[in-house]
Design a protein around this ligand. Structure first.
Ligand SMILES: N[C@@H](CCC(=O)N[C@@H](CS)C(=O)NCC(=O)O)C(=O)O
Length: 215
């Protein structure tokens, strides 16, 4: 049964869903949808009433909300399990995913990356105040993630989990800003994790192709 992933090439959440599918070794058809466009097709709005990306369609089910998509991908398909069985590790994994969605996405991606990297790169108007607000919020978020991260190679132990898959694209965008990289370096475990994870083949293969920086 074919898998369709509807997403936007620069969307960090679409990147997370792509990465989960790559980690499970599942091929999929990519359908490009720009959620910021004026003319989002009505067929997409019927799939995602909140006009966000990504959304996944497989075997008669439509799933939106990235955390639900990655859990579905993990549970519906064969391959390495991406959620710890052990309750403490599983709690950490779910906690990290929730921190990312609730507290990290907006400052790290929509403020620091968008206004410090992406908009200048695309020659769109950027707001320096938004960029600075993101940088001000970032230390508390990075420190909470540092505390939540375990001692193993990955965030929740010695195997990759959905927590790594959820956080890595966010850090991937945040660390494109030199100021973001500097803040990340202050968190030792997180930096060591990032140095390792950012070289992972699936991560590199799924990274959005951005035009050259102008900043
Ligand atoms: N809660 C959603 C968030 C998805 C989301 O915010 N996606 C962004 C792109 S990374 C989007 O579609 N933004 C469109 C907008 O803000 O109008 C999820 O987990 O999938």
């Amino acid at each position: 049964m074919a898998i369709e992933l509807h997403g936007y090439q620069y969307s960090v959440y679409s990147w997370i869903a792509r990465l989960a599918l790559h980690e499970k070794g599942k091929a999929f058809d990519w359908i490009e949808v720009n959620p910021f466009a004026e003319d989002i097709p009505a067929s997409y709005l019927a799939i995602h009433p909140f006009k966000r990306v990504p959304a996944l369609i497989h075997d008669g089910i439509v799933v939106y909300e990235t955390g639900a998509i990655t859990r579905y991908v993990d549970e519906a398909f064969e391959g390495r399990r991406l959620q710890p069985e052990e309750p403490r590790n599983r709690a950490r994994c779910n906690q990290i995913i929730s921190i990312v969605d609730s507290y990290a996405y907006w400052p790290l991606v929509r403020q620091v990356f968008s206004h410090g990297v992406f908009r200048p790169m695309m020659k769109l108007q950027a707001d320096e105040k938004e960029f600075q607000r993101g940088l001000e919020a970032a230390p508390r978020i990075l420190s909470a993630l540092e505390d939540a991260a375990g001692e193993g190679r990955y965030l929740c132990g010695d195997g990759i989990t959905l927590a790594d898959i959820h956080l890595a694209p966010m850090i991937g965008y945040f660390a494109r800003a030199p100021e973001g990289r500097d803040l990340l370096q202050k968190q030792l475990r997180l930096s060591a994790w990032w140095a390792d994870f950012s070289k992972r083949a699936t991560f590199m293969a799924t990274s959005p192709r951005l035009p050259p920086a102008v900043r």
